[in-house]
Write a protein that binds this ligand. Structure first.
Ligand code: MUC
Ligand code: MG
Length: 370
């Protein structure tokens, strides 16, 4: 047994309310009902990562994540050396599905490795830059309320890129929101839309036609990828990169969506592909020559620290603004030191590992298993 032998894997469910729930076409998040995953080693290191259940996207629930980690992944992980990442990956992927649970175990092990080598994981992953520009995701509300939130984010944090949730009916409801945002914020900000599969192909095409003069930069999952021909038809006429998010959660899915003409860009979310598989998807995107966006799975600060650590590690993943700000909607968080967005940017943590510390008092307060 070496100092880096993994001796324990814990899955701790906790609940932190949102000050402002996030609503979108496929669901709504009112509480952060997440699972903190902790990996301990023989030498006394502890790695942490966060698993946010998204039943409406992947079918995982908070109790399901705890169960699969306790019943399956812990046994497969304990006894491995933290450097045996590829072996860990092979073991975890014997189980189908469960993307957030697998990802949290993967990233907690990377956290251990960073601490062991005295390096921030962003350096181990690639070390391209130290920061990312931030994109803020605007959930469903009235045009006035969404424009007000965007102005507040710009004025307080310097954020100038916004992802607008769309996918409501009739499409004119969302078209009005996008126009209100452009009119209020002016031409200097970047706007793009994410439908979470809410529209049909023809509704999406109608909305894109109505928004042709607004200058959107991306369109994400406007209709379901399972509407195979409708989706291809839509992507062919979409004048901007069409981002596959929940339809491309593995390298194989991403390949199928891109080669099948159902997408022309990819969203990478460390919450669902960890660091290891996110890097496979990044390489795939670079090889095929498509753009990527670092997406948000409605992450708290620990999840956001993982996203910026990975995003800043490579040129392709840091080229566009990353979705790194929705932790601001939570009423509290688990970290000892909050992440700070300044001048529209977030710097990747510089301490060894993922580079953030969980506050034990906060965890004791918010955990729901004791
Ligand atoms: C997104 O990009 O779709 C909504 C659900 C989820 O899992 O992530 C968010 C954001
Ligand atoms: Mg999305």
């Amino acid at each position: 047994m070496s100092d880096l032998t993994i001796t324990r894997v814990e899955a701790i469910p906790y609940r932190i309310p949102y000050r402002k729930p996030l609503k979108f076409a496929s669901g709504e998040v009112v509480h952060a009902d997440h699972v903190l995953v902790r990996v301990r080693t023989a030498g006394g290191l502890t790695g942490c990562a966060d698993a946010p259940p998204r039943p409406f996207t992947y079918g995982e629930t908070q109790r399901g994540i705890v169960a699969v980690i306790e019943d399956v992944f812990a046994e497969q992980t304990i006894g491995l050396d933290a450097t045996e990442r590829s072996r860990l990956h092979a073991r975890l992927h014997r189980t189908v599905g469960n993307p957030a649970a697998k990802s949290a175990v993967d990233m907690a092990v990377w956290d251990v490795l960073g601490q062991a080598f005295g390096q921030p994981v962003t350096r181990l992953l690639g070390g391209y830059t130290d920061r990312m520009r931030v994109s803020h995701m605007l959930g469903f509300d009235t045009p006035t309320a969404m424009a007000h939130e965007a102005c507040a984010m710009r004025d307080r944090y310097g954020i100038t890129t916004f992802k607008i949730k769309v996918g409501r009916r009739p499409v004119e409801l969302d078209v009005e929101v996008v126009r209100a945002l452009r009119n209020t914020l002016g031409d200097k900000v970047e706007l793009y839309i994410d439908g979470n599969r809410g529209w049909t192909a023809s509704e999406s095409a109608r909305a894109l036609r109505q928004l042709a003069d607004v200058g959107l930069t991306l369109a994400e999952e406007l209709n379901p990828a399972d509407d195979v021909l409708g989706r291809r038809w839509l992507v062919e006429q979409c004048g901007v990169p069409f981002v596959a998010d929940e339809s491309a959660t593995t390298p194989a899915e991403a390949t199928r969506e891109l080669l099948g003409g159902s997408a022309t860009a990819l969203s990478i979310k460390t919450a669902r592909t960890g660091f290891t598989v996110s890097d496979e998807i990044r390489s795939l995107a670079e090889g095929l020559g498509v753009e990527v966006v670092m997406g948000n799975q409605i992450d708290g600060q620990l999840g956001t620290a993982c996203t910026v650590a990975f995003g800043a590690a490579h040129r392709s993943t840091s080229a566009r603004a990353g979705e790194l700000s929705n932790f601001l909607d939570m009423s509290d968080d688990l970290l000892t030191e909050p992440l700070r967005i300044v001048g529209g940017e977030l710097i990747a943590p510089t301490s060894p590992g993922i580079g953030v510390t969980v506050d034990m008092d906060k965890l004791a307060h918010y955990r729901i298993d004791s």
